[in-house]
Design a protein around this ligand. Sequence first.
Ligand code: ADP
Length: 712
Amino acid sequence: MINIVTIDETATSVVNHNSPTADTGARSATLAVMNTTRFTSIFKRLPSRKPAWRWLLPVCLILLFLSTLLWLPLQVQRIEANERQEQLIADTLWVEQTIRFQLSRTEENLRLAGTEIAAGYLSGERLRHRLSALIRSNREIHRIVWLDAKGNSLISTGADDVTLGDFPLSSRTASAEARRIKIPQYSHPALPHSATGPMLMDYHVPLFLGDTYLGSLIASYRTSSILDEMVPWWFAQDNEIVLADSDDGIIEKRASGGSGRGIYTHRRALDLPGVNLVLRTNSVKSAPKLLPNLLVGSVIALSLGLLWSLGALWRDINRRMAAEGALREQMLFRKAMENSLLTGLRARDLEGRVTYVNPAFCQMVGLAAEELVGKMPPMPYWAPEAMEEYQTRFSQVLSGTVTPQFETVFQRAGGERFPALIFESPLLDDTGKQTGWMGSILDISDRKKVEDLNRRQQEKLQASSRLASMGEIASTLAHELNQPLAAISSYTTGALNLINSSLEQSRAVDSELLKSALEKASVQAQRAGHVIRSVHAFVKKREASREVVTIRTLFDNVIPLVELQARQFFVSIQTSVAPNLPPVLADGVLLEQVLLNLTRNAIEAMQNITPERRVLRIIAKLEASSTAPNVVVSVIDRGHGIPDDVMERLFSPFFSTKAEGMGMGLNICRTAVEFHGGTLTHANNPQGGTIFRFSLPAFTKNTTDSTAANTI
Ligand code: ADP
C-alpha cells in the first residue's frame, strides 16, 4: 500500500491518502510527500516560542487598567461627597448670615423706635402705625408690645393687652437683664405663659430717658417663622434645618424637603444678645452613588469579558504554539525521513510536469532538484534508446491510465544506465481530488546483480548437489554392499572348497550342501540388488516403501548374517525380544542394514578383548514416551568403548578409527533411523563397552489407519 501524505498550503492540516491503485502487491512503500521549499518558508514565517515572562507586561498593563477602572468611581464618589459637604457648609453659613442680618435689621428698627419713644417723639397712633408696618415687613414677628416701667401694656400690635407678667419666665429674666445692662436682650425661646400659641423668642429693648427707666419695647418672634421666613425655600428643600439651644435641645425644625439623612451635616452658632442658639443643617441627600448601576455593571462585565478574552487568547496562543511546535517537530522528522529515504520520489502534475523530487531520486539520476522540478518531458534522465517506451508511458499518464508497477531503464547524468522499478499512483489533495501522479522509484541494479549472482550460485549448487548425491550413493552403496558381497564371497568360497575337496578325495559332491551354499549366495545377491534400490531411494529422499515389520522378523533375517561375522571373532550372541512387542512401520531392508551396521561395529569393538567377555546382546522391548510408545532395540557390547575425542565425531561422515573403515556406518544408521521418525543414541555400558540404541514409533492401533493403508 502506498500512503501519500500531503500537507495543505497553510500547513495547518496533514492529510493521509491511501492510494487505491497501489494496493495490489505484497510490496508496500510509504511515501512522504512534502514541498520542502514551501515548508521552509512557512517555518521562517512562524514565530519562535516566546518565554512565559513575555506575558508579564500585558498582564500588568491589564491589571493596572482594571484597578484604574475600579479606583476611578471611588475617587469620583469621594470628590462628590466633599463637594456636597462644602456646599452645605457654605449654604449654612449663608443662611446664618441671612438670619442674623434680618434680625439685626429689625433690632435696628426697634432700637430706633425705642429711642424715639423715649424722647417722646413717637407715641399714640403714629407709634402703632409704625409698629404695624414693622410687623408687616417682618412676618416672623408675632407682635410688638410697649410696656411701661411697671410692666403694663401701653401699646400692643396684638389683639389683647399683655403685661410683663404674661411673658414666660425666660422672657421676664431677659427683660430684667436688658433693663439692668441697658442693652436690648433676646429671651430664650419659650411657649407663652398661657401655653397656647407658638413658641416665641422675645426681643426686649429697654427704654431709658437718661437713667430713668421708661419701660420696654418687646418684639416677639415666632421661632417657626424665623426658619420659615428667613431660610430660602431652595435651601429648605434640600436640607432639614433645626434651631436648637446651646444644649442641642430642638427648639424648631423645618423639614419641608424631608428628614435629613445625617450624611452631610453642619452646625453653626447663632449667638444673639442674651441667648445662644445653634443652627443645625442636615442634608436630605444621600451619599453619592458609586456610579449608576448600569455603568458599574457594564464596567464589571467589560472587565470580566476582558479577562475571559485574555484567557481565551492565552489558551489559543498556547494551543497554536503547541501545534506549531508539533508541526515543526513533524516537519523536521519528515525532512529527516525524506533525506534518509532510499526510495526515489517524484511527483508530477496532471500535465506531466515534475513538481517534486526527493534527495534519493536526485542522487539516483545524478541531477539537482532544480534541474528537475518544473521540467516537462523528455526528462534528462530518459535514455535515448528507450525514448519510445517513455513516450508511450507518458501518453498513458496524460490519458489518466498508468501502469501501477513496471521496470524501466533510466540514465544517470554521466550517461550510465540503471534498471529502475517504478510504482505509480494518483496524487490526491485533501478533498480527494487528483492533482497529479506520485511515483516511487527504486534503483534495482544491486538487486539485479544479486539475482544474477544467486542464479549462478543456484546452478553451481545444483551441480554440486548432484555430485554430492552421486558420491553419497556411491559411498553408501559401497558400504552397504560390503556385507552381502562378503557373504556371497564366503558362500561361494565354501561351495568351491566343497567341490575341490570332493575332487581331491574323488568322491561325489555333497549336492545338498552345495545347493544350500549356492542358494544362500543367491539370496545374498538378491539382497545386494535390494540394497542398491533401497539406498538409491533413501539417498534421493523419496518415500521409501514402508511395511509393517516385526522385530522378530528383523532379527530372523539379520542374526544369521551377524552370526557369520560373530563366529569369525568368537563372539557369542544373545538376543531377547519382549513378548507382544508391537511391529514398526519401516523399510525392512534399511532396518536390517541399521542392525547389521551396529552389530558389526559391536563385534569389531570386542575383537581385541578377552574371549570370555565377547558377548553381544541384542534386546528389543517396548518403551513408553511422552508422545507414543516406542520399540527400542539395544545393541550392547563389552568392547573397548568410545573415547571422548571419538565421541564428538562419531556420526561425522567418513570418520573412522579403523584401518579399513569407511566411517559412513553410523552416519547412515542415524539418517535411516531418523528417516523412520526414530532416534539413534549411544551410551557407555556400565559393564564396559558401549550400548547403541535405536527407537522407532510402535505401530499400534493408535497409529492412523489411513497412514498405514497408504504406505504399506
Ligand atoms: P566404521 O565402522 O567404518 O569405522 P562407523 O561410522 O560405523 O564407521 O563407526 C565410526 C567409528 O565409531 C568407528 O571407527 C569406531 O571408532 C566407533 N565405533 C562405532 N561403534 C562402536 C562400538 N560399538 N564400540 C566402540 N567404538 C565404536
